[in-house]
Design a protein around this ligand. Structure first.
Ligand code: GLY
Length: 292
């Protein structure tokens, strides 16, 4: 019997249709899941209006814009950067870490130094408007993570290519006005992103501390391995966070999962989170099911 060619899919957290469109069009032109996922999330890293990813991201309390990102390949290889200060495309630096070093993660000064050695131009990530917003914030210096901030947050993306391989990426400037040195879930393999090419993948967005404490993306892939659908696995992961955190109403966490059959699941704590799926030339924004 002839094996059916898989239908390529790109899917990403929140409403970032340009990112899934870029990745989806690449996949339908025969690109690998790894190339598509990198180019897809790069769209949001370069989007100056997006204050939670890449250039233009909100700074920490000291005024440093620091980026966290990771990427995973179908063969299980992974790369990550944390506290990257001088390059918009944290995901591409993470890919270089994966492909050009014996390591998985580089941090801070070392990550920036490595990026420049790899030919990335040094860039200023603070934009006029993020600096203006920061100056406003300094008036009260109130640290209060907002639920569904501007209706977006981290971009986590999963791609399934025509060979049936899955790759993923996750990139973020982290929580706005976080403590200097704070790193969230987004660059942590198993928390912001995990995949197993035999099973599927998962990505996360929202309050990184809660996601890290539950190793949420790894948990979802393992639950899918045990036979749960992507939807059931995402629901279990969110409910575990709810059980661990009596203050769960104070923050948002959302997971998105894709299995090898192209089934997608998504679940979050608060209503208002959605994801975009690109499949068969259709780019659709879909509201996620939520606990509350
Ligand atoms: N999920 C992004 C962060 O907490 O940094």
């Amino acid at each position: 019997m002839m094996k059916r060619k898989p239908t390529p899919i790109s899917v990403a957290t929140w409403n970032f249709p340009k990112a899934t469109l870029k990745a989806g069009e690449m996949l339908y032109s025969g690109a690998t899941a790894l190339d598509a996922v990198e180019e897809g999330v790069k769209i949001e890293e370069a989007n100056l209006k997006n204050t939670t990813v890449g250039k233009g991201g909100a700074p920490d309390r000291e005024g440093n814009v620091t980026l966290d990102a990771c990427i995973m390949a179908p063969n299980g290889d992974a790369g990550a950067v944390v506290y990257l200060k001088n390059n918009t495309h944290a995901v591409s630096v993470a890919r270089k870490v994966m492909e050009e070093t014996p390591h998985v993660m580089l941090a801070g000064e070392g990550a920036d130094q490595f990026a420049q050695q790899q030919g990335f131009m040094k860039e200023e990530l603070f934009t006029e408007s993020s600096e203006k917003a920061y100056r406003e914030w300094l008036k009260n210096k109130e640290y209060k993570p907002l639920i569904n901030i501007e209706n977006h947050d981290t971009i986590g993306m999963l791609c399934l290519d025509e060979k049936g391989d899955i790759a993923g990426a996750c990139t973020s400037s982290g929580l706005s006005y976080k403590m200097n040195g704070r790193v969230g879930d987004s660059p942590i393999i198993g928390s912001g992103l995990f995949l197993d090419n035999e099973i599927g993948g998962a990505v996360a967005t929202g309050m990184g501390e809660a996601i890290m404490k539950s190793v949420g993306s790894f948990l979802i892939v393992e639950l899918m391995r045990q036979g749960k659908s992507p939807q059931e696995a995402c629901e279990t992961a969110v409910k575990r966070i709810i059980k661990q955190n009596p203050n769960y109403k104070d923050f948002q966490v959302a997971f998105l999962a894709l299995n090898k059959n192209g089934d997608i699941g998504s679940y979050c704590i608060h209503e208002g989170y959605s994801y975009v799926e690109y499949r068969d030339n259709k780019n659709t924004n879909i509201p996620s099911k939520s606990y509350l």
